[in-house]
Structure formats: structure tokens, C-alpha cells
Design a protein around this ligand. Structure first.
Ligand code: ASP
Length: 327
């Protein structure tokens, strides 16, 4: 009897593990991304970089990593690519420097960490995780955040590492003016290159991470939505994990990531309906363009944007594995 019972519970636990949904989604920015303005080489490079970032998080999940580990891994991979406006590929500020913002949030306990206005740190998302786990605070900015990064022995890179000719030319177009521009666009105002990831792990926990260089020619210590808990990034096991990209000022005013969560929590909306309501209705009404990626605790993924395209990817253990750029 005892033996039979033991066999049964082993079988049950095996089934539960094998049935666990694993999901991950990433983005590399949204905007006026048109096939006609892309070369085949550039398109291939974006697809390769997106797939590599997606896979690094997914493989970690498969090996039993937490959602937090997975989103950190995927976002670090995107930060290491010069193609996206985060980490290595960060845009130039009005002073010709790079000021990066990043945040991370754990949906299992609502812990969060964020950094803003930091220069020289190779992987801002890793610093945001250290703020979450190794400091008593949620948000560190500027010189203080850099001091903390030194104490934590984060990897620093010199300005040559962050130099990219394309970004430099973007800056030259608006240097010395009061204009600031969103990333890599044809019509400058409408492209964003922030990166992010959301994931569900085998323990049923979800997490989100977002990282950005902000806007070309930004000044006055401008901070966008990406490092702000609830605006550009949010995660709560009860609802969803969200990472945003777009015109940050609008995303802050619409408290986008938290609004998606609230619609699910207080109105009982599905992930899909909540994302659509916020991105296609609320944001549009105040003139905000961009998009977001989201996952819920069941492993549903939503990739929602109100622009021409969004660099994006999604993968789960139910057979979905794709990267895409255009509508
Ligand atoms: N949301 C970012 C910001 O406003 C920009 C982006 O998504 O590219 O800083």
C-alpha cells in the first residue's frame, strides 16, 4: 500500500513538472519600422540578435532558472548588441555622453530594482538587479548609482565601447538644437530602441526587465519610463509581467505597465484585452506611440504595439518560437 502510494505521488509530481508552462518574450523597440527601409543584411542581423537573446533566456528557463534570471539574461544579450538602444548601442545625449536607465521586477514578491542616468556600466540591467537584491532601496540614480556599481564590482567599459557611428550620426542631426529624438527612425519622432524581456518560470513566477539609452540629444537629466516601476516595467504573479517601449513621457503619464496589471486585477480582463485597451485606446488618446510585451502566470504572451513595427520575439514550451519585426 505504502509503496503504491509513493509511486502514485512520484507520477503526479512528474506530471506537474512536465506540464509546467515556460514562456518568454523580448522586445528591441517599436516604431516606424518598415520593410522597404530595411536592407536584407540589416534585417538578418536584427533577426539573429533577437533570436540569440530570446534563446539565452529560454534555455535558462529550460534548465530550471527563475524568471528573474531569464529576463536578466535576455536583456543583457540585447544590451551587448550595438543594434539596440541599450547598453552598448545606447544613443548619445546632448553632451555627447551615454546615460542609461534600467529596471527589473520580480512578480513573486513585488521586489524591484532600478537605475537611472548611469554611464559606463556594461549591463545596466544587472546593476538594477543588484539594487533590488543588495541594497535597501529600489531606485538609484546618477553618481550614487555609479558608486554602488563600483562597490558591487560591476563591469565598466570606456566610451569607445559605447561608440557607434550610426548613433553618432543620429546625434549630429540634432546636436546643438533643442530637439531630442527617439531612436533609429526614418521619421525621427517615431522609433524606439529600448529593450525588454518578460518570462514565466517552472515555479509559476513571472518577471520583467527593461533597459534603454533613452533619447538622442536628451538633456537636463531627462529620465523616461523604462526605469520607472509601473510605467515602463512591472511584474506581479497575480496579474502579469510587462515591459514597454515608446515615447516615455506618455508611458509615464499613462502608467502603462501598471495599468495593464490593474485592468486584469480589478476588472478581470484577460492579458490580451488589457494590453489592447492600454496600447490601442488609452495611450492613443493622449498621443503616445509605442508598444509592450507581456506574459501572465498561465504563460499567455501578448505583444501589442500601435506603431508600424516592433522588434520582438516569443518562445514557450508549447511550440512557439519566433522573432518578428513588422506588423
Ligand atoms: N521609452 C524609452 C524612453 O522614453 C524610449 C524607447 O522606448 O526607446 O526613454
Amino acid at each position: 500500500m505504502v509503496g503504491a502510494h509513493r509511486f502514485e505521488s512520484l507520477a503526479l509530481s512528474y506530471n506537474l513538472t512536465s506540464m509546467t508552462n515556460l514562456s518568454i518574450a523580448i522586445h528591441g523597440g517599436a516604431g516606424t519600422i518598415l520593410k522597404k527601409s530595411m536592407t536584407p543584411e540589416k534585417e538578418a542581423a536584427y533577426n539573429v540578435a533577437l533570436q540569440a537573446a530570446l534563446d539565452s533566456g529560454y534555455v535558462a528557463l529550460k534548465r530550471g532558472a527563475t524568471a528573474i534570471d531569464a529576463v536578466e539574461k535576455s536583456v543583457s544579450a540585447l544590451e551587448d548588441s550595438h543594434l539596440f538602444n541599450a547598453g552598448k548601442g545606447s544613443v548619445f545625449t546632448a553632451d555627447g555622453t551615454h546615460e542609461m536607465d534600467a529596471s527589473i521586477m520580480d512578480g513573486s514578491n513585488l521586489n524591484a530594482g532600478a537605475v537611472s542616468l548611469i554611464s559606463g556600466v556594461k549591463n545596466p540591467v544587472q546593476l538594477s538587479r543588484l539594487v533590488m537584491e543588495k541594497s535597501d532601496h529600489v531606485f538609484l540614480a546618477g553618481d550614487g548609482a555609479l558608486k554602488f556599481a563600483e562597490q558591487m564590482k560591476c563591469e565598466f567599459k570606456d566610451s569607445a565601447y559605447f561608440y557607434d557611428e550610426f548613433r553618432y550620426n543620429q546625434w549630429q542631426e540634432v546636436k546643438g538644437t533643442d530637439q531630442f529624438q527617439l531612436d533609429h527612425s526614418i521619421s525621427k519622432e517615431h522609433k524606439f530602441g529600448t529593450v525588454g524581456a518578460v518570462a514565466l518560470d517552472q515555479f509559476g513566477n513571472i518577471a520583467a526587465a527593461t533597459s534603454t539609452g533613452g533619447m538622442t540629444n536628451k538633456k537636463f537629466g531627462r529620465v523616461g519610463d523604462s526605469p520607472m516601476v509601473g510605467a515602463g516595467n512591472y511584474a506581479n504573479n497575480e496579474t502579469c509581467a510587462v515591459s514597454c517601449t515608446g515615447s516615455g513621457e506618455f508611458f509615464i503619464r499613462a502608467v502603462v505597465a501598471y495599468d495593464v496589471s490593474c485592468l486584469m486585477e480589478y476588472k478581470g480582463m484577460s492579458l490580451k484585452d488589457a494590453c489592447s485597451k492600454v496600447v490601442q485606446d488609452r495611450l492613443v488618446k493622449i498621443g503616445g506611440d509605442g508598444g509592450l510585451i507581456a506574459v501572465d502566470a498561465q504563460g499567455n504572451i501578448c505583444l501589442e504595439y500601435n506603431t508600424e513595427g516592433m522588434y520582438r520575439g516569443q518562445r514557450n514550451n508549447q511550440g512557439i518560437n519566433e522573432v518578428a519585426i513588422y506588423k
